[in-house]
Design a protein around this ligand. Structure first.
Ligand code: DP6
Length: 361
């Protein structure tokens, strides 16, 4: 399937060489994307908080090739070293985005990328990585098509990022992003993410995410495989319905700053995501004993203090502890006393809600 709205009008492919650079943040989903159709189309809509510190910075150097190459060539440098591990995913991404970027094969590229967080931390880097890369390619396209509308630039960047990794399409703007068709959200699309189009209570713009690194190793089952296991899953259709309903409920919660309902929806989404993994065929578990130990302590702390702290999980063992700014000092004391001991090598990342991707210069 090709979306003609993102195939640009004919423009002249410029011949010069140059470089472009973007920094894109990671994001953490409140309503989870889990299950997809052909062409990275999500099986249900999702909502995420854009993060601030956890980000990928990417510079793309481009240089014209003599004649339009049959096969696109590029070097990929990750944290100052050539890296082969990411090539299969980048190759697939380039193949998928090629119909939308007529200039692509007229150049060769050197892609230099680095993360603000340790790659081995087990936190998802594909979202920030593909968002940054998609923005770089859009920046090159903008040089050839300067009259491009800024809104189109961002939409198409999100569209292209999706073709690299679904959740990457939400790493463009902030503080809250929505992705996927939803009957109550005008302008919502399966093909790209949009900034949250409703009123947002100010409490959420300064929310914190303390990422507790329980397991920094490679995941046993990748997200891509996990999504695939939703095909034919016994609970799939109910789960997709539930995501629509949770998203409708979240709308009011985000408007009113109703933190108790926020906690309930977000934790339920996280546990449902993992319940889907546990009930797939083949079934599997990504939570570790320390994930559960942390969850139990969070529940106990919330009961004792009445503070609206909650957890969410992505497709791994690490725990994201979400809380409002005014709870920060008490939550950090609690984490120090009771949670860091469950983290691998005591490691954690302090992050907060952010504004979205930025050009590097
Ligand atoms: C659990 O976006 O990593 O984090 O599209 O196959 O690259 P691919 O998967 P990915 O899946 C993310 C799943 C999740 C939930 C979410 O971010 O919404």
């Amino acid at each position: 399937m090709k979306d003609s709205e993102f195939i640009p009008p004919g423009y002249t492919v410029l011949k010069g060489k140059g470089k472009v650079g973007w920094k894109a943040p990671s994001n953490i989903a409140l309503i989870k994307y889990w299950g997809k159709k052909e062409d990275q189309i999500p099986a249900n809509p999702s909502v995420s908080l854009t993060l601030s510190s956890s980000a990928t910075s990417t510079t793309v150097f481009y240089e014209p090739v003599d004649k339009e190459a049959q096969k696109l060539t590029y070097d990929f440098i990750f944290e100052d070293k050539p890296n082969e591990d990411f090539r299969p995913k980048i190759d697939l991404f380039l193949k998928r985005i090629e119909p939308y970027l007529p200039f692509l094969k007229h150049f060769k590229y050197r892609i230099e990328s680095s993360n603000s967080f340790p790659h081995s931390s087990g936190i998802a880097s594909s979202a920030s990585a593909f968002a940054a890369l998609a923005l770089c390619f859009m920046e090159i396209e903008r040089k050839m098509y300067p009259e491009m509308d800024p809104a189109y630039f961002l939409q198409k960047a999100s569209y292209l990022a999706r073709l690299g990794s679904g959740s990457a399409c939400r790493s463009i703007l902030g503080p809250v992003m929505h992705w996927g068709n939803h009957s109550e959200i005008t302008g919502s699309r399966d093909e790209y993410a949009i900034g949250w189009p409703f009123e947002l209570h100010p409490v959420f713009s300064s929310f914190h995410d303390l990422i507790l690194l329980v397991d920094q190793g490679q995941k046993k089952v990748s997200s891509t495989v996990g999504h695939g296991l939703m095909k034919g899953h016994s609970f799939a259709s109910k789960r997709f319905e539930q995501a629509h309903k949770n998203l409708s409920d979240l709308r009011q919660v985000l408007k009113e700053g109703d933190l108790n309902s926020f906690v309930e929806i977000v934790e339920s989404e996280a546990l449902t995501l993992h319940a889907m993994m546990m009930t797939s065929r083949p079934y599997y578990l990504l939570m570790k004993p320390n994930t559960l130990a942390i969850i139990e302590r969070i529940w106990h702390f919330r009961k004792e203090t009445g503070l609206a702290v909650c957890f969410t999980l992505d497709a791994g063992a690490n725990v994201h502890l979400l809380f409002p700014e005014d709870a920060r000092s008490r939550v950090m004391d609690f984490a120090e006393e009771e949670l860091f001991e469950f983290c691998e090598e005591g490691k954690f990342l302090e992050d907060r809600v952010g504004e979205g991707a930025k050009p590097l210069w």
